[in-house]
Design a protein around this ligand. Structure first.
Ligand SMILES: *Cc1c(COP(=O)(O)O)cnc(C)c1O
Ligand SMILES: [Zn+2]
Length: 423
């Protein structure tokens, strides 16, 4: 049973039918899905959610589809990791990582939003599925198009990491690399989407796509035992994820599944592309577009489509913003790998490094619970850190050589046994 009841303008409230629409023709505001929340309240219980398969459709009454899910049956419900070794290093006591770097099938948070957009694209009768992408979205859109038998067009800036480009071309999608920034690519796709009658996940299907991001908040609340953390730190690119984390938490309160205070939601950006953090610091209503220059390419969007909603959510929840330079991003990627064994991409490094800044500034108290959105996988972007990691020791194959190597190492290189102080 579907409780989805069409679209509505986020700014002026005008109602629209549940079609491939994304801007309000009255005020140019963004459109968002609406639901019969009273109906959902009577149906969706904690027990019902917990009895369902571990994927993002556990919360399908709060997702904008009418029929049954066509994609994403193995997406979402990623691990929420209590990161105690990392927490000790950074001086926190309750630190959790929502690890979307292992999302199925393309190893980023994008598998949430695309599962929903792809299902809706099929429901609305589209035969071509595409996107404007900084890499991860193209991977996910092309994978879902392959699974559903849709023709696929992915538009990217021509400066993306090789690993991400191959992750899309492998599916045999049409991949078009544009000589320009992501913002140029996005403008081009906005001009062409409606004209060709294609479904673009993050353009004309954006109202559906965005809703998939809420599932990260739903899952975190469930995984914490139906409560909220005190703080949530999210990376910001186009601004889909951060406001929907807020929306997801608010919806859980609205339908009575969680009765807790809203978390403070903080924005993490790379200093080389931080329009939202600048706007927060300067008190602007809309971010001023910037020209991106950072190794964090998946979040290098200089003119975020949902920048207004990001600022709104951060301010409403009492959150804040932090930006970090490329060196801090690389250090944080290494810190996460060294303490928790998780290899994230620069977006994840940005989120962790920004959290360290927020702790240092006293915005996050050491005793507060904190959840970090780790949104992408480092194995796709190993070039970003390849100059900053150790290289393997080269030896011949005799035991003598290995023993000589061991004997030649300085004393401090000998490891103390780890302390296991957990319970
Ligand atoms: C897309 C993406 C984000 C966030 O993007 P939004 O457009 O702000 O939702 C964060 N991290 C990674 C790895 C991404 O691919
Ligand atoms: Zn409007």
């Amino acid at each position: 049973m579907s409780f989805f009841s069409g679209l509505r303008c986020h700014l002026c409230g005008t109602a629209f039918p549940g079609e491939a629409l994304f801007v309000c023709d009255q005020c140019l505001g963004p459109l968002e899905a609406t639901y019969d929340y009273e109906g959902v309240k009577g149906v969706l219980t904690r027990e019902m959610v917990e009895s369902r398969p571990e994927n993002l459709w556990r919360y399908r009454e709060l997702l904008p589809i009418e029929g049954t899910p066509r994609a994403g049956l193995n997406s979402g419900f990623t691990p929420l990791i209590k990161a105690d070794r990392l927490a000790r290093e950074v001086g926190l006591s309750q630190l959790y990582l929502k690890d979307d770097s292992v999302n199925h099938p393309t190893l980023s948070y994008k598998d949430r939003v695309v599962s929903v957009a792809a299902t809706r694209a099929v429901e609305l009768g589209f035969a071509v599925f595409g996107c404007a992408s900084t890499g991860n979205l193209g991977n996910s859109v092309s994978a879902h198009a392959a699974q559903l038998g849709l023709e696929c067009y992915v538009f990217i800036p021509n400066s993306l990491e090789r690993g991400k480009v191959i992750g899309t071309t492998i599916t045999n999608a049409h991949v078009i690399a544009i000589d320009g920034s992501y913002d140029d690519v996005n403008r081009l796709c906005t001009q062409m989407a409606d004209r060709n009658g294609w479904a673009f996940a993050n353009i004309n299907l954006r109202s559906y796509y965005a809703e998939g991001a809420k599932t990260m908040a739903f899952e975190v609340a469930e995984q914490l035992g139906w409560t909220f953390p005190k703080h949530f730190v999210s990376p910001v690119a186009g601004g889909t994820l951060l406001p929907r984390i807020g929306r997801g938490f608010r919806e859980l309160r609205k339908i009575g599944l969680v009765d807790a205070e809203m978390p403070k939601i903080h924005a993490a950006q790379a200093a080389g592309c931080a329009p939202v953090v600048h706007a927060l610091k300067e008190g602007l209503d809309y971010p001023e577009p910037v020209k991106p220059e950072t190794i964090a390419k998946s979040i290098a969007i200089g003119n975020p489509a949902d920048g207004f909603q990001v600022l709104e959510t951060v301010r409403e929840t009492g959150g804040s913003g932090a930006m970090v330079n490329d060196e801090q991003i690389v250090d944080a990627i290494k810190l996460l790998a060294r303490t928790e064994g998780i290899f994230t991409e620069p977006a994840g490094g940005t989120t962790l490094a920004a959290t360290l800044v927020l702790v240092k500034e006293g915005v996050i108290d050491p005793d507060d619970s904190v959840v970090l959105a780790i949104t992408g996988n480092g194995y796709k972007t190993s070039d970003a850190v390849s100059d900053w990691v150790t290289t393997p020791v080269q030896l011949g194959r005799s035991l003598k050589e290995f023993e000589a190597y061991l004997g030649s190492r300085p004393m401090e290189a000998t490891r103390k046994p780890p302390t296991h102080d957990k319970g």
